[in-house]
Each structure stands twice: as structure tokens, then as C-alpha cells.
Design a protein around this ligand. Structure first.
Ligand code: UD1
Length: 339
């Protein structure tokens, strides 16, 4: 059963490729390697013991996408990860974000329609909730204005999927997965997060600081209305997150979905503050982290974490990895990178 994975060489994509293959699917990667390295394919081979088919193309290229569907034949579904994801960069380059994130989805949907492929899992984000009025957020929590063009692309893509699925000639069935904060790496330490340049995200910044690549971590504000004043997020191990995709694909293929578009939060259901993450990292790894408190980062949401009930009840999906083990796996990956 072939599943096309756009952005399959990326951080979440590569971990999902492993879980797909181990669940008996045949993942087919499409990636333009704009924000990923070809060494990921070596990592996948080391974990799986065989090569994974990879087409080096841009998802915005309809002709090339058509050729992939035709060459592969019998693709049963698509998991669409391919997108830009840096919140700060999206403020600097909004057009690039709209063009890439929205444009590639439009192209993919057109091509899927032409090729008669009807199952889609789309990578959405908790960023669609903006600054929520109530915590935890459920899938029914109203979305709020996004704090960045990146967030707006995710909201627009969700709308596009709803409108496309609602169209009279529709054959599309979609599951929207709203990710909370993915962290950590595969236990083999053969694949993991590979930020280009200075990391924007917390955990790669922590591991690079502990490894001596960065001088110190700046915690962006400790005067929020949260228990210790620092931001609260729902940190989910990337392999747990990857497994949610397998459950979603299976549900689509079995035609068990109760609606043509279904939405699920994918998080642990627990919130942790930035300071808790730092302390837990220190405990899990024995590393002393050099950090200081700095000003707030523009656009940060004070606190957000998932109500994970729907994913548990409907998808049968539950996370199993603790924050401590997730951070230990991130450190193991950082050490492997150092070698
Ligand atoms: C953001 C997006 C999320 C997106 C993700 C992709 C929002 C609300 N969230 O997550 O949708 O999928 O980026 O990259 O837009 N922090 C520090 N110091 C650092 C780095 C981070 O204190 O050097 C703090 C941040 O203030 C935040 C937490 O760590 O409270 C997590 O930050 P980060 O890893 O960047 O993720 P989000 O901003 O939560």
C-alpha cells in the first residue's frame, strides 16, 4: 500500500516514513530538500534496512507531481508535510510562505483530483488556535487570529481543505492533524531534527547549547501569567506524533471517518513551562545548561496545550513517551550529530 509523503525527508516526515514502513506501508517520499539533508535517506536506510523511494521535486511543480503519481502507480493516500515552518522568518518573508505553503497544497489537491487519489492527511498546527481563551484546547475551541503569516498559512490551508471537500465534485477525504510541539528523535539516533543555522525552536537550541555550539539559551520572558512566568507548551515526542499519522491513514483507508474532513489535536494533553523543560533536560542528561532570562519573543502565545481526548477516543491514539525521555532522545541525537 503506497503512501506519498511530501516533505518526507524533513523532521516529522522522516519519522513518519519509518513508522509507515514498520506498519507495512510503502512510503514514497517527495521532497525538494530545501530544508532537509539527503543524509536523512541514509538514516532511513540504516533504521529500515532498505532504501526508501524518494523523488527530488518541488510540490509546487504540478507536472513533476503528476509524473510521480504515474510512475509509482497505485498511490492510496498522501501525507502532506512539505511546508516552510519558521514563525519569525514568515514575518520577514510572508509572500514566500503563502506561495510555498498555500501554493503547494493547491497544486497537490489539483493533482490528487486528476489522479483519483482521495485520501489526505494534512499537517496543521496548534497555532490555528491563536491565543486561546480556555485551556486545554479542544478541536471545537474557536480559532483566533494567527500571530504570524506562518500561522495564517495553516489556517488558510485548513479552509482550503474544507472548501475542496465540500465541493460538489469532491472525492477528497481528509484528516487534519493539529500538532503541538514535536521534540526528540528516533531511538536509533539515525534521524532527528536538523535545523539549518541557528535553531528557532527551544529543544534544538537547548541541545546545541549543552553541546557548546551556542553560548547560552535565552528564555523569552518570565513575566507571563503562567505558574512560573515562562510560556507553557505541549511537548510531544516526534515518534509518538509520527504514529498519529499511521492511525489517521488507516482510518481514511478503512473509510471509518465520520466526516469528509476530520480534525484532531495531536499532543500529550499536558503543558510544561520553558523552565520545566530546561530543568527536566538537566535532570535527564546530567548536563548543566547555561541560560538567562531575556525579553519576550514577539508573537509567542503565553500558554497552550491539547485536550487529547478526541484523538484517544476516535483515533485510538495516545502518547507514550515522557518529557524526560523525549529530551534524553534529543540529547542522544545531538551527541550523534557531533560525531
Ligand atoms: C511555533 C509555532 C508552532 C509551529 C512551530 C514550528 C506558534 C504559537 N507556534 O511553536 O505552530 O509549529 O513554531 O517551528 O506560532 N523559547 C525560548 N528560547 C528559545 C526558543 C524558544 O525561550 O531560544 C521558548 C518560546 O518562547 C516558547 C517555547 O520555547 O515558549 C517553544 O518555542 P518554539 O520551540 O519556538 O515553538 P513554538 O513557538 O511554541
Amino acid at each position: 500500500m503506497k503512501i506519498l509523503v511530501t516533505g518526507g525527508a524533513g523532521y516529522i516526515g522522516s519519522h513518519t516514513v519509518v513508522e509507515l514502513a514498520q506498519a507495512g506501508y510503502e512510503p514514497v517520499i517527495v521532497d525538494n530538500f530545501s530544508n532537509s539533508a539527503t543524509s536523512v535517506l541514509d538514516g532511513l536506510r540504516a533504521i529500515l534496512g532498505h532504501d526508501v523511494t524518494c523523488h527530488r521535486i518541488d510540490c509546487g511543480n504540478a507536472e513533476a507531481l503528476h509524473q510521480v503519481f504515474k510512475a509509482e502507480g497505485n498511490i492510496q493516500g498522501v501525507i502532506h508535510f512539505a511546508a516552510f515552518k519558521a514563525v519569525g522568518e514568515s514575518v520577514q518573508k510572508p509572500l514566500a510562505y503563502f506561495d510555498n505553503n498555500v501554493g503547494s497544497l493547491l497544486t497537490l489537491l489539483e493533482v490528487m483530483k486528476d489522479e483519483g487519489v482521495t485520501n489526505l492527511v494534512f499537517s496543521s498546527s496548534c497555532t490555528v488556535y491563536g491565543i486561546p481563551d480556555q485551556l486545554p484546547v479542544t478541536e471545537a475551541t474557536p480559532t483566533k487570529p494567527a500571530s504570524s503569516p506562518y500561522g495564517r498559512t495553516k489556517q488558510m490551508c485548513e479552509d482550503i481543505v474544507h472548501d475542496t471537500s465540500g465541493a460538489a465534485d469532491n472525492t477528497l477525504h481528509t484528516i487534519l492533524l493539529r500538532y503541538f510541539n514535536p521534540i526528540g528523535a528516533h531511538e536509533s539516533a539515525r534521524i532527528g531534527e536538523l535545523p539549518l543555522g541557528t535553531p528557532n525552536n527551544l529543544v534544538p537550541f537547548i541541545t546545541q547549547t549543552a553541546a557548546g555550539i551556542r553560548e547560552k539559551l535565552t528564555i523569552f520572558g518570565n513575566d507571563y501569567d503562567t505558574p512560573d512566568g515562562t510560556n507553557v507548551r505541549d511537548y510531544i515526542h516526534v515518534v509518538d506524533l509520527a504514529k498519529a499519522h499511521i492511525a489517521a491513514v488507516q482510518r481514511l483507508l478503512d473509510r471509518r471517518a465520520s466526516d469528509i474532513v476530520e480534525t484532531f489535536n495531536v499532543g500529550t494533553g499536558h503543558g510544561n513551562s520553558v523552565l520545566e523543560v530546561v530543568k527536566t533536560f538537566e535532570e535527564a542528561t546530567g548536563q548543566k545548561l547555561n541560560y538567562s532570562i531575556g525579553p519576550r519573543r514577539v508573537g509567542d502565545v503565553p500558554a497552550i496545550y491539547a485536550d487529547a481526548t478526541k484523538a484517544a477516543e476516535v483515533l485510538g491514539f495516545k502518547t507514550t513517551t515522557s518529557l524526560r525521555d523525549s529530551l534524553a532522545s534529543a540529547w542522544k541525537w545531538q551527541l550523534a550529530l557531533g560525531k
